[in-house]
Design a protein around this ligand. Structure first.
Ligand code: BDP
Length: 568
């Protein structure tokens, strides 16, 4: 379903702000009926992760309760009204005026409730119980590690309402969804708009594409089709160098009168795999950049607009053109900005740390198929999204191939236009690479193994890449490589943990990658230092592989990349 927006026919209110909050340390909220109203609460910011805010809740993963009140504005009487949560980690139970609206499992993807028949004009009490406890049946799952909290992945399992909560109204029988697919023929851009509407009202639809001095309009009868075609001659294509975006407005008409409309940006571009190359608009591209995390002091994984603009500015500053949304979908606003600024995104599901144990594999597959479906439905119209990543570093298992085949088929059925990949860890030979279009590998030779010996590490890397290439002959991206680096730690000879070692490691790795024509991307791990569980390899509870510190200050490696990537 399209993202809520405000126009003549649609309304949207962001409920972000200060909500009431209470930890449920003894898990008594349900028996004591806290859903009727919170007592003894204190204010908390929404969106934000609670772990960074209240000291006693740092490692408490839930349950915790949120409450707010809202009124319905005038003019919404004949509309459909929804409540939409951008991301809550991990389990949510939602009540409105004491009545249960529903439940949701999984962080980082949106969910909504139709509250048209359930809201009052004034003083609606919205209560949400959030439980972020780690369990092996969840995705991502808990681990069996010595880490605290015990995650099967390497980032802090922040909890709470982490993205905006929107209250919005749309016409009762209006537009439900729009899918835009672009192709190119010669110098003409072909824009196909697929329309999905609610109900039977409206006999006609109209699409208007504007930008770069043109206006193209196409009107269809909805009795005959729901597809609208727009041909843009001499199209200004979308690319990292020229992130050209057209404005598309779709209208629904009843007896010639517009009763709903929706606008979105359209980037005309193609993405395809040919042999060992990745082609954007028919030309080979190379992905330069870093993998990231949504992570910052005080907000944790909470949506922070200033951080989004800061991170893009820093990525530009080092000359990057790409990143992966490791290891879960990022906010919608992050994706919008990538369209505007011209970044190429590998869009990843929250399936990190999968283990395939027999007792949970069916449940995990159900969840993962839902995740990839929801991710594609959410992000399908972004020109910046050039690839779907099914998962990061699943464990070695013969069950993995069938698991990913099922996920792949789900994705392919919904989106036939983008390559699909999976990110594999050291030593795992992913049999799924047989059917995936792009190979992504994470490698740390010279850090976790061959420690202190970058040359040795690079030899291993080089040999392994060639071996994998001779087996699969597909485009390959080194999706992670890096070293933990303490800002301010220096050594004459590159030594582990020093800034010199990080520069030397990245420099040598990039040289190996450059020498292989089947390598189509290099993503350093990581853009910034980020919070993890506590463990003996994570000083200060941080992964220090950032080329920037957690507060976004450049290490030597960022300066090195800036020089290198602005030249190439
Ligand atoms: C990789 C993981 C990533 C970790 C990284 C590391 O994909 O999440 O943070 O290793 O150890 O294996 O730094």
């Amino acid at each position: 379903m399209v993202y809520p927006q405000r126009n003549k026919h649609r309304q949207c209110i962001d409920l972000s702000g200060f909500w009431d909050f209470r930890f449920d340390f003894k898990n008594e909220g349900l028996t004591e009926n806290w859903e009727k109203g919170l007592v003894g609460s204190r204010p908390i910011a929404v969106p934000a992760s609670w772990n960074e805010i209240f000291a006693e809740g740092r490692d408490f993963l839930g349950p915790a309760w949120y409450q707010t009140e809202f009124n319905i504005p005038w003019g919404w009487e004949n509309q459909k009204i929804f409540l939409r949560f951008g991301s809550i980690n991990y389990l949510s139970d939602v009540w409105l005026n004491g009545e249960k609206l529903g439940e949701h499992e999984g962080g980082h993807l949106p969910f909504k409730f139709d509250i048209t028949e359930r809201c009052k004009v004034e003083k609606n009490k919205l209560i949400v119980r959030v439980d972020g406890n780690l369990l092996k049946e969840h995705v991502p799952p808990s681990g069996r590690t010595m880490n605290y909290p015990d995650t099967n992945f390497d980032f802090y399992p922040y909890c709470g309402i982490q993205r905006p909560v929107l209250l919005y109204a749309i016409p009762k029988e209006g537009i439900n969804d729009i899918t835009v697919i672009t192709t190119i023929e010669g110098t003409t851009g072909l824009v196909k708009v697929l329309l999905e509407k609610n109900g039977v009202k409206g006999k006609e639809a109209n699409a208007i594409l504007t930008g770069y001095g043109i206006q193209i309009e196409s009107r269809i009868s909805l009795d005959a089709t729901t597809e609208i075609f727009l041909n843009v001659e001499n199209a200004k294509l979308w690319s990292p160098e020229y992130p050209n975006l057209y404005d598309l407005k779709v209208e629904l008409l009843d007896n010639g009168i517009v009763f709903d409309e929706y606008s979105l940006s359209v980037g005309i571009r193609t993405i395809e795999v040919k042999g060992t190359q990745l082609l954007l608009n028919g030309k080979p591209i190379f992905l330069k950049g870093c993998a990231k995390h949504e992570d910052f002091p005080v907000v944790g994984k909470g949506y922070l607009p200033a951080l989004i603009t800061k991170d893009y500015d820093l990525l530009r500053w080092i000359g990057a053109n790409s990143f992966r949304t490791s290891h879960y979908p990022y906010s919608e606003q992050m994706m919008d900005m990538a369209d505007r600024l011209g970044f190429l995104i590998i869009d990843e599901t929250p399936a990190v740390g999968l283990t395939f144990s027999k007792d949970i594999i069916d449940r995990h597959l159900d969840l993962c198929q839902r995740y990839i479906k929801e991710l594609i439905e959410r992000d399908k119209n972004h020109p910046s999204v050039i690839m779907w990543s099914l998962a990061n570093e699943p464990s070695r298992s013969i069950a993995a191939k069938d698991f990913f085949r099922a996920m792949y088929d789900t994705a392919r059925n919904i989106d036939s236009t983008r390559p699909i990949t999976l990110v594999s860890m050291v030593g795992a030979s992913e049999r799924a690479f047989e059917f995936l279009e792009v190979i992504c590998l994470n490698r740390y030779y010279g850090w976790y193994t061959q420690s202190g010996q970058i040359d040795e590490g690079c030899k291993l890397l080089s040999n392994e890449l060639d071996k994998i290439n001779s087996k699969y002959k597909k485009p390959l991206i080194l999706s992670e490589f890096g070293t933990d680096t303490l800002a301010g730690c220096h050594s004459e000879q590159p030594e582990m943990w020093s800034e010199e070692y990080q520069v030397e490691f990245i420099k040598n790795y990039l040289e190996v990658l450059k020498s292989k024509d089947y390598v189509v991307g290099a993503h350093i791990w990581n853009m910034c230092d980020f919070k993890t569980s506590q463990s003996i390899i994570r000083a200060k509870g941080l992964n220090h592989k950032g080329v920037f510190t957690r507060d976004r200050k450049p290490k030597m490696a960022a300066h090195f990349l800036r020089k290198l990537w602005h030249k190439t």
